[in-house]
Design a protein around this ligand. Structure first.
Ligand code: CA
Length: 241
């Protein structure tokens, strides 16, 4: 069975460019590594002034903007970018959970916000949605592998025409597998990607979720989601190999 209808590319040779304005090394590195892995071009600026310069020079497709920066705050950066007339989608990162920050971010001209700590899959979903809305990238919203259809907009999953009820994490896990067939994900990677970079729990929570997902998919040997003993899991869209 081929991967017909499976689309992971944007159909363009130019990489979608993302500018990350974030002073915290751990988060900047987490974003840079993960986004590059996903095929995005990434530039990191560690303060507001560098970020504003970089936005002007490189005209990125999307900006990920932290609120607490060493020189100016993210709201000010956002207002300056909008005053210049730029329509680049801006996703703000906030460590604060207060609604007022979110409102201020949106008032300043941000398109969306994410509260730290966030999972990488959620970030990717937000990025895809913003790029789609801005018309800067055309990405498929429907993934089809074998007899599984996953719609990232309606968040519906069908297997053999039958609708499955998945939890948000099971959905993200399946989406990740479907976007990256044959790639072996370690438990740590899955934990990072689905639960966030500072999830304090045990990696066996990953095994539990994989097990639930397999049950819901009716995934019997030879499985679609296979265990690589001592390593992690990978998704094999070809049947019976
Ligand atoms: Ca910061």
């Amino acid at each position: 069975m081929t991967r017909e209808g499976f689309d992971v590319s944007c159909g363009s040779s130019r990489k979608t460019q993302i500018l990350v304005i974030e002073d915290e090394d751990t988060i900047a590195e987490f974003l840079k590594t993960g986004l590059k892995y996903e095929g995005y071009g990434v530039t990191v600026a560690k303060d507001a002034v560098t970020g504003l310069d970089s936005a002007r020079e490189s005209n990125p497709d999307l900006i990920i903007l932290d609120i607490m920066l060493p020189d100016k705050d993210g709201f000010e950066v956002c207002r300056r970018l909008r005053r210049r007339g730029t329509s680049i989608p801006i996703l703000m990162l906030t460590a604060k959970k207060e609604i007022s920050d979110k409102v201020e971010g949106l008032d300043a001209g941000a398109d969306d916000y994410l509260t730290k700590p966030f999972s990488f899959e959620e970030l990717l979903a937000r990025i895809r949605a913003l790029l789609r809305r801005s018309g800067r990238a055309v990405k498929t919203t429907e993934l089809r592998v074998v007899d599984i259809v996953l719609n990232t907009e309606t968040r519906e999953v069908f297997k053999g025409g039958k609708r499955l009820t998945l939890t948000p994490r099971e959905f993200s896990l399946l989406e990740l597998f479907m976007r990256h067939p044959r790639r072996v994900f370690t438990r740590e990677t899955l934990l990072n990607r689905l639960w966030g970079y500072d999830y304090p729990g045990e990696t066996n929570i990953v095994d539990v979720h994989v097990s639930h997902l397999r049950n819901k998919l009716g995934d019997k040997p030879p499985r679609l989601i296979r265990t690589h003993y001592g390593v992690g899991y990978a998704f094999y869209p070809e049947e019976g190999d």
